[in-house]
Design a protein around this ligand. Structure first.
Ligand code: NCD
Length: 313
């Protein structure tokens, strides 16, 4: 990774995260929650300009970054339509768009989501201000991973000795790649269960990398076999957009129903297990599961995270 990423304090990848950094961040998150809880917006970012450039759709990430910047008193420039309404349509490069927006908005930081794997790096080379990666292609979603780890800590009370299932599209999905890296950093006893149709397996280089760090990895297509031991069931959707790009929509239609998390299959799971999903879900978790106290996929995106886990009290 290029040196100037660190120089500019951009956040591109989980590779930049340290254990100490996580501790500080989680402490800060608790302070930030109080701002919202007390309904007293902060002025920490007063006079700062935060631009959001999204080239891919988003409900959760876009609004949570925007709301966070607003609650902290920044001036925000949220652009949701970069892919369709910016000069990208005319062929402007990502680097040029970033340089332009940096000038026209006087941005102090730029949050970016883009379909290219190396987009956050490219943007950070082009910009003079920090870039925050809000999802880069099939490769990384580092802020989602931090939120996921925060959720695990809040709900299970620990980030160690975990047994985690990654379920669904592990080939194209980026959230599992960043979360896997992060768990590998914090949990020396991590056991990972990679559950997907063969064709949607996690890329081999990542499996090897994590195994080399001591993670015990089980690869299977059979969820029922591993569900009983899991502490975390992390569900992902099959990523339709990548199939569409590769003209493989017929294959997508075959794969999209591969797993169906419902109350019946959850009978196999421990009572003290959490069900996570970065969202959006598109059928892989039945609506009836929302009422199960193990389901934390909506709660985890709340600005104020209150754990109601019955077993911790
Ligand atoms: C994910 C993403 O964009 O990678 N969503 C999110 O940001 N919370 C997951 C997805 O789109 O499947």
């Amino acid at each position: 990774m290029a040196k100037n990423i660190f120089y500019h304090k951009s956040f591109i990848s989980i590779d930049q995260v340290s254990k100490l950094g996580i501790k500080l961040l989680f402490k800060t998150a608790v302070k930030m929650e109080k701002i919202v809880l007390k309904k007293k917006p902060s002025h920490i970012l007063k006079g700062q300009v935060i631009a959001e450039l999204f080239y891919q759709p988003s409900t959760r990430t876009f609004t949570s970054f925007l709301a966070a910047a607003e609650w902290l008193g920044a001036l925000t420039i949220p652009i949701h339509e970069m892919a369709t309404c910016s000069s990208a349509v005319k062929g402007e490069s990502l680097a040029d768009s970033v340089k332009t927006i940096e000038q026209t908005t006087a941005a102090d930081a730029i949050i970016i989501r883009h379909p290219d794997d190396d987009s956050a790096e490219v943007a950070s080379q082009a910009a003079k201000v920090p870039i925050i990666n809000a999802g880069s292609g099939k490769k990384e979603h580092p802020t989602q991973a931090l939120l996921d780890l925060y959720t695990i800590k809040k709900e299970l009370g620990r980030t160690k000795n975990l047994k985690v299932i990654f379920l669904g599209d592990l080939k194209y999905g980026r959230t599992v790649k960043s979360l896997g890296k992060l768990l590998t950093l914090v949990d020396k006893n991590l056991k990972l269960f990679l559950v997907s149709p063969k064709i949607l397996s996690l890329p081999n280089n990542l499996v090897k990398e994590w195994q080399n760090k001591g993670v015990k990895i089980t690869i299977t297509e059979n969820l029922a076999k591993v569900l009983p031991v899991a502490d975390v069931l992390y569900v992902t959707r099959v990523q339709k957009e990548w199939f569409a790009k590769e003209n493989k929509l017929a294959l997508y239609n075959k794969l999209k129903g591969a797993y169906d998390i419902n109350l019946k299959i959850l009978k196999l799971a421990k009572k003290k297990m959490i069900i996570m999903h970065p969202l959006p879900r598109v059928g892989e978790i039945a609506g009836e599961v929302d009422q199960d106290f193990r389901a934390v996929y909506f709660k985890q995106m709340s600005m104020v995270y209150i754990s109601e886990w019955p077993y911790l009290n």
